[in-house]
Write a protein that binds this ligand. Structure first.
Ligand SMILES: C[S@@+](CC[C@H](N)C(=O)[O-])C[C@H]1O[C@@H](n2cnc3c(N)ncnc32)[C@H](O)[C@@H]1O
Length: 375
């Protein structure tokens, strides 16, 4: 199974947006949703105000109409970073639609609905439908709202609450399918103020133009989030960061490079992290980058740095997904025993015991050691 011992499998591509996903490095989400053109929200979904049921006592959010967006979730109190805002069971699961004809999909969805309680069926039918084509209303609802059930998922889920969350290009929440509990979790990845909208990203889409094209074509709206509203000069700068983030992320998926040129790969992770910070990105790409650094270190026998990277990956994963997520649990085990990773022993180039994490270094000096910047 060793990613870097055997040739790295070619990354699968999201059928919808073409973004790579699905190798074991991709611990985060790929394109989150099925895609469909727009229709008028307010017509399809009469406004309802809904109090966050998972948090009925603490009232973290309400579901309410938002100008130009249909419905969405608004925080009704300050929410600290790393909070599980909600955890949602799917109404039903459905295979990724691929290229099946709509009439077949419509039938498949109808047979799923037959198995639901009247209440759940009503909830499904109340979800937003972006499709202009009224001939396949069930397919439209699924395409607008389905979230993938995992990174390599062949299935998507329809959710009463999570499917109500709107998109932002730099969102304040991470959505994750948690296979341990069989629910979609939504975690705050930065502090959210009372009155702020709760948002997730429907896909990591790169530059302003590519985001705009994709969101218009697939979801029928023009995004006016903070990132998409930057003035021209700032947007040019952000676009160059976003492109570089995508390039480095792809590059780090090349396992053979990690074996032949670990120093350069580590440098790339360091650059990637700086760019994520510059773009205020604290989503699942953060733990993934630290996990990349962990793998580089452990593949070359450096258990000391691997331990530090594992700890950082664990903390970032915990924030995005919570303690009960399979990936958080896995990272916790690797913090305890970095050598438990299958790549350990691939090479002894940087061999260093776990006990060799320097105790006297702090701040910049520690970072210089960690990233091997001392020559
Ligand atoms: C999964 S639904 C989200 C909930 C939806 N707003 C509702 O009323 O149920 C996705 C749809 O919400 C709308 N939407 C999501 N994010 C948006 C945004 N940032 N700006 C405008 N509309 C948005 C789009 O119509 C999109 O197709």
């Amino acid at each position: 199974m060793g990613k870097f011992k055997k040739p790295v499998p070619k990354k699968a591509k999201c059928e919808d947006c073409g973004r790579s996903f699905g190798n074991e490095r991709d611990l985060g989400q790929h394109c989150s949703r099925a895609h469909a053109p727009a229709t008028n929200h307010e017509e399809n979904n009469p406004p309802v105000e809904f109090l966050g049921k998972d948090n009925a006592t603490s009232k973290l959010y309400i579901i309410t109409p938002l100008p130009g967006k249909g419905q969405g979730l608004i925080a009704v109190q300050d929410i600290s970073k790393g909070t599980r805002i909600l955890s949602d069971k799917p109404l039903f699961r459905i295979e990724r639609f691929g290229s099946a004809p709509p009439v077949v999909l419509e039938k498949a969805i109808a047979s799923k609905l037959d198995l639901l309680s009247q209440n759940d069926r009503r909830t499904f039918l109340s979800l937003h439908n972006n499709e202009l084509d009224a001939s396949y209303p069930l397919t439209g609802i699924v395409k607008t709202n389905a979230l993938p059930l995992g990174t390599n998922a062949s299935e998507g889920g329809l959710f009463p609450l999570a499917s109500r969350i709107n998109h932002a290009c730099v969102p304040n929440c991470q959505h994750t399918w948690n296979d341990n509990i069989g629910e979609e979790t939504i975690h705050s990845i930065r502090r959210i103020s009372k009155g702020e909208e709760i948002t997730i990203s429907y896909a990591d889409l790169g530059t302003f133009e590519s985001r705009r094209r994709h969101l218009r074509k697939s979801f029928g709206f023009d995004c006016n989030c903070e990132l998409c509203s930057l003035p021209e000069a700032a947007r040019v700068m952000s676009d160059s960061h976003q492109s570089e983030i995508q390039r480095l992320d792809e590059l780090l998926g090349d396992g053979s490079r990690l074996l032949s040129n670990p120093g350069r790969c580590l440098e790339d992770v360091h650059t990637l992290l700086a760019l994520l910070e510059a773009e205020n990105i604290t989503d699942a790409r953060l733990p993934r980058a630290y996990y990349d650094a962990f793998q580089i270190a452990i593949a070359h026998g450096d258990q000391a740095r691997a331990k530090v990277f594992a700890q950082r990956a664990y903390e970032a994963r915990l924030c995005c997904e919570g303690e009960d997520s399979p990936l958080t649990t896995r990272m916790k085990c690797l913090v305890a025993r970095p050598a438990g990773h299958r790549l350990f022993g691939t090479s002894n180039r940087w061999k260093l015991s776990e006990k060799m994490v320097p105790k006297t270094l702090e701040g910049e000096e520690f970072e210089a050691w960690l990233w091997r910047r001392n020559g």
